[in-house]
Write a new protein. Structure first.
Length: 199
């Protein structure tokens, strides 16, 4: 019904479909498992290589300092590339969320995704601190929004990890004894035999 062809929507649909195929949990788990199946002395496409290649290629504009001043008509990062960067960032964020990837591969995948987000954040910080005046408004606001999203994820991950640890002695969880109707436990000192039974 629209007489004009929605170029951004069509291209973003293709970008999104490809990223979904490459970064969905099933694909990532298979890549991670296949690393174990191949002898260590043989070359193998790894999970780190997948995430690193994608992120480096998609955010390549941040690897070089801009050599001129940019305008909305000649932006540092094109509209299609900004959409691609946003799509990949959102998928990396999804992979860092607790429970997003089931099984033993979940934590390595989450850790690598978090590391890539930190790398992107560091590059954005470097760009904004040194060359913010050269940027066009499109690129500048895109960078600010990406930095804000990543900062919130990093803060949320820190809070989640703190809650998981509970701020207490982990041995009190493993070796606590129930006390009271609430089923709470209190730590006790381990005997020598208990120490010897630890793996």
């Amino acid at each position: 019904e629209d007489p004009s062809w929605p170029v951004h929507d069509r291209v973003m649909g293709i970008q999104s479909a490809v990223l979904t195929q490459l970064l969905n949990p099933t694909t990532l788990r298979r890549v991670y498992d296949n690393e174990f199946r191949i002898p260590a002395d043989q070359d193998m496409f790894t999970l780190d290589e997948l995430l690193n290649t994608l992120t480096t290629s998609i955010w390549s504009e941040l690897d070089n300092r801009p050599g001129k001043n940019f305008t909305p008509r000649q932006p540092m990062i094109s509209s299609l590339r900004r959409n691609l960067q946003r799509e990949e960032m959102e998928r990396l964020i999804d992979l860092t969320r607790p429970g997003s990837v089931d099984g033993a591969a979940g934590k390595p995948i989450s850790n690598l995704a978090m590391a890539k987000l930190r790398e992107i954040r560091a590059k954005i910080k470097n760009l904004m601190e040194n060359d913010a005046k050269r940027l066009d408004d499109y690129t500048s606001t895109h960078m600010q929004e990406a930095a804000l999203r990543i900062d919130k994820v990093l803060d949320a991950q820190y809070i989640y990890n703190t809650d998981q640890m509970g701020g207490g002695n982990p041995f009190s969880i493993l070796f606590g004894r129930p006390s009271g109707p609430a089923g709470q436990s209190e730590p006790h000192e381990m005997t020598e035999s208990e120490h010897e039974e630890l793996p």
